[in-house]
Design a protein around this ligand. Structure first.
Ligand SMILES: [Ca+2]
Ligand SMILES: [Ca+2]
Length: 284
């Protein structure tokens, strides 16, 4: 459509390109102060407000819509003009055209969206402890909920040793609103205790951190905690029983050497370790 004969052949128009608005108002000043004859329009030459939707092209240029998404007119002669178009989308780009035949005694106001609340991100629990033997995997989960997200949640894993993994790199706003679950895996390849951090970030929200601790567990009998039960474990246990083991071996011996779980390490446990080694050999 065009202005055509419906409007003045040469109305005074102003054009704005705007975004982040939800409404436009064209407000005429009091024309009676200036003239008594048709300042604000007539049936032939109404004041009007038109809105076209534009789209941003890849090269940065705008393509303008050819039909109005909103249009108001006022053909009242010598009266205040108050044209209002609402229900616009803040995320869109609009071309706003205001026209009046005789002069520009009006003002245009744009309504911007009301500020929304900052996002609220919550994770439960915020500490995870995982326990796995070498070559195996332990898993744990935590729950994430978030409201008022302005974009997705980014899930960032910080793990210097590469023993942890997460099953999601991001969570959509919709998913977070309903509550999302994140699965954390711990897969150690060497012994030790590991730490890692998962950070949840999103626009306009403080980061939320989940602390990870991964502890390597060993088989009973693996007194030197090297991931295998063999004769060296029995030797260490014997040395411990005889009082000649290095103090640094104490944790492994007392934790993984008490085969009969009676609270003390003695020769009967050594016998059980040896039996286990022999049993394992028999199976091979
Ligand atoms: Ca061992
Ligand atoms: Ca024992």
């Amino acid at each position: 459509m065009g202005n055509g004969s419906k409007y003045a052949s040469s109305p005074s128009t102003v054009t704005f390109y705007v975004t982040n608005i939800t409404a436009v108002k064209l407000l005429g000043l009091n024309g009676s102060k200036t003239t008594t004859s048709g300042l604000f329009g007539s049936s032939s030459y109404p004041t009007y407000l038109e809105i076209y939707e534009c789209t941003r092209n890849a090269d940065g240029s705008l393509t303008e819509g050819t039909t109005t998404v909103g249009k108001e007119t006022d053909d009242t002669t010598n009266a205040s003009v108050n044209l209002f178009i609402a229900s616009l989308h803040a995320s869109k780009i609009y071309k706003v055209v205001a026209a009046q035949y005789r002069g520009f005694l009006y003002e245009i106001a744009f309504q911007t969206p009301l500020p929304t609340a900052d996002p609220l991100v919550d994770a439960t629990p915020t500490e995870l402890s995982l326990l796995s033997r070498i070559g195996s995997t332990d898993e744990a989960t935590f729950q994430v909920t978030a409201t008022d997200l302005k974009e997705h949640l980014t899930v960032t894993l910080t793990d210097d040793n590469g023993v942890f993994s997460v099953n999601k790199a991001s969570i959509s706003a919709e998913e977070a609103l309903g509550g999302a679950e994140i699965l954390v895996s711990f897969s150690p390849t060497t012994g030790g205790t590991y730490t890692g951090t998962i950070t949840l970030t999103t626009r306009d929200a403080a980061p939320v951190t989940i602390s990870l601790t991964g502890t390597v567990a060993y088989e009973m009998g693996d007194t030197n905690m090297d991931g295998a039960v063999d004769i060296s474990d029995a030797v260490l246990a014997v040395n411990y029983v005889l009082g000649s083991a290095d103090a640094s071996a104490e944790y492994g011996v007392t934790t993984y050497g008490d085969m009969n779980a009676d609270g003390t390490l003695d020769i009967s446990d050594v016998v059980l370790i040896v039996s286990r080694i022999l049993g394992a050999s028999d199976q091979e």
